[in-house]
Write a protein that binds this ligand. Structure first.
Ligand code: NG6
Ligand code: CA
Length: 500
């Protein structure tokens, strides 16, 4: 009997994993990425008027981070950084993209998906994409590429951009799902394609009215950003979106239970339009914005429950986090402002989505890996841009030279073994900010101090700003004038990272 057959396949795989530098078979890796979920929006981060038992359970059994960051205060740049390990400020096109934007990440780039794929993982992107598709002038009725499948994902089921942007259809691999070829889709962000009613011309047709923007094509009684026509059979229903996406994730896990997999699950919740399934209508007293948090928590519970039921949870490294800070009125009259009461979407932080203040990029983040991640609370400074290099270590590989240029291996911090994450971290909003430990510097900027629609405090100032977050987490005392030496030193460090 040969040594190989004596050991059997499982033992051989274990030996191979050991030789590759990891002590056990490669774990599954799951990123659960919420949209616009603020630092204070879950009960484990202090919310009292919404209960998130499933997210709280992950926090109780995993590492809950108090100083984890997205790379940017809006979605597209933030997600770009998660997948590529590169700060998005280096890429001029990485701004909030329209629904017809070309693919931002070019085929051939090393991404979390391609790196894990090369290590034998099955990989899926399910949910919100917002990183562009195609090469420009995309024909939604033909093959849609390049997209996730060209940067390392084996399969995808996508909201192409956002829930509030056309086209309001799912893309499955290279095609619009459920498309009737006799009813082709057209998309245009410049102007109406026909004389169909819009949110602007026919507000009486709407079940949820915009508060700013969002007055173009009407789909499912909700007007959106951009114009589309056709594709009737393929249009989504907002109220079943969480169920649809979660079902897809459950199916992917079921089909891949016997081999390592990587699931990038990006919810629509809690982005606008906030239209949860009816069963969540009474989940909170905060109206739709509270109820979509309950819906998000349900999705998390369903996915974690599936992993558990299949005996996969103990061998799964799961990261739950958000793509940017919380926002209250983000464009629809959905009672979010009126029913907010004492709830603080961004907890003790100043600003929120869009802002240079900590509320822009400091987000909930929980790392769960039974037996490997030590349960507890960590104040290590970590960025989502670090996931690529840290996951490479988990998968027993190194990144190719030049890949993930801003990504640091912070695996020790992610697993709660070390309190040390990064020393320096860039936050991107309207302006750039630098964290150096618990100090924060915000570069001078010329934008408005208060964003006129969302009323977000943008943290913009014509002069430099310096905050001592250890003493002043709410960024209330600008110390730049009092400490010009530290201010200049931090400005210099930021400049060196930018020009690197
Ligand atoms: C803004 C939208 C906002 C949201 C955001 C992107 C208006 C007035 N506001 O431009 O509703 O869609 O873009 O959000 O159109 S993100 O989370 O995808 O970055
Ligand atoms: Ca977002």
């Amino acid at each position: 009997m040969t040594r190989r057959s004596f050991l059997g396949c499982g033992a051989a795989a274990w030996l191979a994993a050991r030789r590759a530098g990891s002590a056990e078979p490669r774990p599954n890796i799951v990123i659960l990425l919420a949209d616009d979920l603020g630092y204070g929006d879950t009960s484990c981060y202090g919310a009292e008027r919404v209960h998130t038992p499933n997210i709280d359970r992950l926090a109780a059994q995993g590492v809950r981070f108090t100083d984890a960051h997205t790379s940017a205060a809006t979605c597209t740049p933030s997600r770009y950084s998660i997948l590529t390990g590169e700060y998005a400020f280096r890429v001029p096109n990485a701004k909030i993209l329209p629904g017809d934007a070309p693919a931002l990440i070019q085929p051939g780039r090393v991404t979390v998906a391609s790196m894990l794929h090369a290590r034998g993982y099955r990989t899926a992107a399910i949910g919100k994409w917002h990183l562009g598709l195609g090469n420009g002038n995309l024909d939604w009725n033909a093959e849609i590429r390049p997209g996730p499948l060209e940067i390392g994902f084996d399969e995808c089921f996508l909201i192409p951009a956002t829930g509030d942007r056309v086209p309001c259809v799912y893309v499955e691999n290279h095609r619009v799902a459920n498309l009737d070829p006799a009813d082709p889709i057209k998309v245009d962000y410049r102007g109406p394609l026909d004389d169909s009613p819009t949110g602007k011309t026919h507000p009486e047709l709407l079940k949820m009215k915009p508060s700013h923007g969002h007055d173009m094509t009407i789909v499912n009684g909700i007007s959106r950003i951009g114009y589309m026509s056709g594709g009737k059979a393929a249009l989504w229903k907002d109220e079943t979106m969480a169920d649809t996406l979660t079902d897809r994730a459950v199916s992917f896990i079921g089909r891949n239970a016997r081999q390592p997999f990587f699931l990038y699950f990006a919810t629509h919740d809690i982005h606008v339009p906030r239209a949860p399934h009816q069963r969540f209508h009474d989940s909170t007293t905060m109206g739709p914005r509270g109820n979509v948090i309950a819906e998000l928590d349900w999705c998390v519970g369903k996915i974690v429950g599936t992993l558990e039921a299949r005996g996969l949870l103990s061998n799964t490294l799961l990261v739950f986090t958000s793509d940017n800070g919380g926002v209250v009125d983000d464009g629809y009259q959905d009672e979010a402002v009126e029913k907010l009461g004492s709830h603080r979407p961004n907890g003790p932080l100043r600003g929120g989505k869009y802002s240079n203040f900590e509320g822009g990029t400091r987000v909930p983040m929980i790392v769960h890996w039974p037996g490997r991640a030590r349960p507890g609370v960590s104040d290590a400074l970590v960025s989502q841009v670090d996931l690529l290099r840290s996951f490479a270590r988990v998968a027993g590989t190194e990144l190719a030279p030049g890949a993930g240029p801003d990504s640091e291996n912070v695996l020790g911090a992610l697993l709660g073994e070390s309190r040390k994450g990064r020393q320096l971290l860039v936050e991107q909003a309207g302006d750039l900010a630098l964290r150096d430990g618990t100090w924060k510097y915000i570069a001078p900027g010329s934008g408005p101090k208060i964003e006129p629609y969302t009323h977000t405090e943008m943290g913009t100032d014509p002069g430099p700003q310096l905050y001592d977050l250890a003493a002043d987490i709410g960024e209330t005392k600008n110390l730049a004038a009092r400490d010009p030496a530290r201010t200049a030193a931090m400005a210099g460090k930021l400049r060196r990272i930018v020009i690197r």
